[in-house]
Design a protein around this ligand. Sequence first.
Ligand code: HEM
Length: 379
Amino acid sequence: PVSWYKYMQKNKPITYDPAFTTIFGSEGAWQIFPHAAIQDVLVNHQIFSSEVMPKTDDNPYSRAMTVTDNPRHKQLRSLVSNFFTIKSIVKLEKKIRKIANDLLAAKLEDESMECVQDFATLLPIQVIAEMLGVPYSDRDQFKKWSIAFFNDPSESEEGAMSYFQSQNEMMQYFLLLIEERQKEPQDDLISQLLTSEVDGKRLSTDDLLGFCILLLLAGNETTTNLIGSAMLTFIEHPEVQEHLSMNFNDIPKAIEEVMRYRSPVQSTYRIAKEDTDFQGHSIKKGDLVVVWLGAANHDESVFPRSEQFDINRNNHSQMAFGYGIHHCLGAPLARLETKIAFETVFGQCKNIRLEENANLSIRQSHLVYALNDLPITFE
Ligand code: HEM
């Protein structure tokens, strides 16, 4: 929470916490809270490596660019970067608008919806399906798997079953899709990757699976969380909601401020490749480093009165998409999807409010800031 970030920034801005448990299960990590120090870590990728997990065959994600250092990182990134430039993304605009419009149309008559399940979850999944080239006839299946994929397997036995089953089914599905594209290439990302080479060699099937899983993981839940948090923030600030519904041009800067104010990704990890003196702290080779992007975005020295949501503040240096060579590749897409989501909603709905007696459940972990559900009403 922001109060903890502020406490740490003031009292222990860079500190080693021996009890910190990461998603990899290891204990102990450096914790970095100030905006400037976080930038230093992320820029210094020769020392602070992204290879925080071993590359294994049974975990295709371990081969993804996010957890790979240069030179291979750069090679992998360049294979798909043309799909994510503003020029390419704009080509998707019409389709995104149709997806958003169809999702909202199904709820207009009710004048209410569960914004996370009915809208914010489904929009990015359908967009990614479009990019990967998942055929229309498979979209419902794909949606089901993707949603199950984001269940926390530790939450319930049933959740775990559906998580592992859908993970398996989805891998099998991607393998089939890869095979089909091998036989008959299309104008989609998988077909492009099939003919790509790194160091004169085609990508392995595991590499291809790694790409597919990365795009699902990196692109879906994050964008869902951004749309959900933005909706909540606009409900909490009715004057902003009213302003935006009459001034669509200001929607992008409002979204940028939501990214700062409630960052969908709260932290990311690096691992020290060598012993180093970092701003007076002796970091040892192999030490894990947690950089708190959510804290950077509430650093008072960069964002005065950080707890105020202010769409007119200068937030160019917000770090919700990371910083340096691993800066989010999907940022233009996430921005466009969210902009279209709110143009669609504000174009057709007014007086958006939380449903009466709604119990908001916010999930804030080391990694994410997310809403479990967001029941809303509108006119
Ligand atoms: C990397 C956040 C949406 C694809 C990152 C990183 C962050 C981030 C913080 C850097 C991680 C690190 O340095 O360790 C977000 C947020 C999003 C979002 C907050 C939505 C609001 C997307 C979308 C896609 C995507 C829609 C693609 C469909 C990627 C990829 C990387 C990445 C491929 C790895 C880049 C690299 O390693 O060079 N994202 N992301 N992201 N993101 Fe996003």
